[in-house]
Design a protein around this ligand. Structure first.
Ligand code: SF4
Ligand code: SF4
Length: 395
């Protein structure tokens, strides 16, 4: 059984920036673009679709419990996939569809589906492990109208990455894939899952992303889920270490050498505000880019995940099913699922997140809360912050 499937190591959400600029540069202007980013109406912005459960790798941190090196029998058919992209497009403007997996390039009909999605007006990104991207594949990706490709690199050297991905040669193959894409102008985002085994390499990853001419580096904080549950105990970083890494990430974001994003580390949005306050600067799109206009966890309020067999989840790491597109219309699930309604209101948060002054911009990781406490509304276990209201209580 696929419990809560895996996309390729994170969110190619950088394309939201492109949508923002498209709106800003159109007749609608800056204010409309700001409203788009703030998303007060919980408009769907990003859908991560696990196009297949099959993958050629067996990564240690993968959220899938079953690993298939072939396409899976219960993957959505081409016809069902067409219907899904039509239904996603029907919901609204500017939605980005991320074709992920498993390994999306395993699907022989992936470009047919991509072209159909493009025709419906969706913005497309592809999340791949990069190992199958030779020159011909890179060309097909560009020709299908995909606007950004994210590739996972979980180490700054082959040894670290290959050990994690359980396939010798996968680092070199991924780097080759990145070069093939860059050589024909495709935007490449590097996703890196940070855990104990590679935390000492974060600076190396930052340098490598620049050397490879990537447009963005997204560091993803491990969520103890799927196969990842087995490694969580010894691979999860301590909250203090998260704090240190996120502070370092804040520092490098100011260098503006490359787009940087701390993914699934919602308390980055708290750290950003604390640091800006210490520095006496206001957070604006000019000073802090897109991070100034969005918030920490977007699961269920702007983002959702569709599994390879049509189940809809708030994100790929939170196994609380909102519905199934094999049985329901996607719009109905997005608008009416109970779990989405609860996630959209920060007043529902519990524990210290519930009394935290940063809850509206952070929300904490709902998936880590779920795994730690069995409730997706519980407090985020990997944030070391003590909200002011909690401190008062203890005094
Ligand atoms: S619950 Fe939110 S922060 Fe956590 S993994 Fe999902 S999208 Fe990321
Ligand atoms: S306590 Fe919760 S809401 Fe507050 S910063 Fe930490 S994770 Fe975010």
């Amino acid at each position: 059984m696929t419990k809560h499937p895996h996309a390729q190591g994170g969110h190619p959400g950088g394309t939201i920036k492109d949508v923002y600029h498209k709106i800003k540069d159109s007749g609608e202007g800056r204010q409309h673009a700001h409203q788009f980013m703030q998303n007060k109406g919980n408009q769907l912005r990003l859908v991560f679709w696990e196009t297949t459960g099959g993958c050629n790798l067996e990564c240690v941190h993968c959220r899938r419990l079953d690993v298939s090196q072939e396409l899976m029998k219960d993957d959505l058919t081409t016809e069902e996939s067409f219907k899904l992209v039509e239904q996603i497009a029907e919901i609204g403007d500017g939605t980005i569809l991320v074709l992920s997996g498993g390994e999306p390039l395993f699907r022989p009909d992936i470009f047919e589906i991509a072209k159909h999605a493009k025709k419906q007006g969706l913005t497309l990104a592809l999340a791949t492990n990069g190992t199958l991207v030779d020159e011909a594949m890179a060309r097909r990706i560009v020709d299908a109208g995909i606007e950004r490709v994210s590739i996972s690199l979980d180490g700054a050297d082959a040894n670290t990455h290959d050990n994690f991905r359980k396939l010798p040669g996968s680092f070199d193959a991924a780097v080759r894939g990145i070069r093939n894409l860059r050589s024909i102008g495709m935007e490449v985002q590097i996703n890196s899952t940070i855990a104990k085994h590679n935390v000492h390499q974060v600076k190396g990853l930052y340098k490598m992303a620049q050397d490879l001419d990537a447009i963005a580096l997204h560091i993803f904080m491990l969520v103890p889920v799927g196969c990842g549950v087995q490694i969580a105990e010894d691979q999860m970083l301590e909250p203090e270490k998260y704090e240190e890494i996120l502070n370092w990430f804040y520092d490098i974001s100011k260098e503006k050498r490359i787009q940087t994003k701390a993914t699934c580390a919602p308390h980055y949005f708290r750290i950003m505000r604390q640091r800006a306050k210490e520095e006496g600067i206001q957070i604006t799109p000019q000073t802090h880019g897109m991070a100034a206009m969005t918030k920490g966890c977007l699961a269920g309020s702007a983002v959702c995940f569709v599994s390879h067999k049509g189940e809809v989840f708030p994100c790929g790491y939170l196994p609380v099913e909102a519905g199934n597109i094999r049985k329901q219309r996607f719009k109905d699930v997005w608008e009416n699922a109970e779990v989405f309604k609860k996630l959209r209101d920060p007043e529902n948060l519990e524990g210290k997140c519930g009394i935290c002054e940063y809850k509206k911009v952070c929300l904490g990781c709902r998936a880590r809360a779920f795994y730690d406490r069995g409730s997706y509304l519980a407090e985020e276990p990997y944030c070391m912050y003590q909200p002011k209201a909690a401190a008062k209580k203890h005094n």
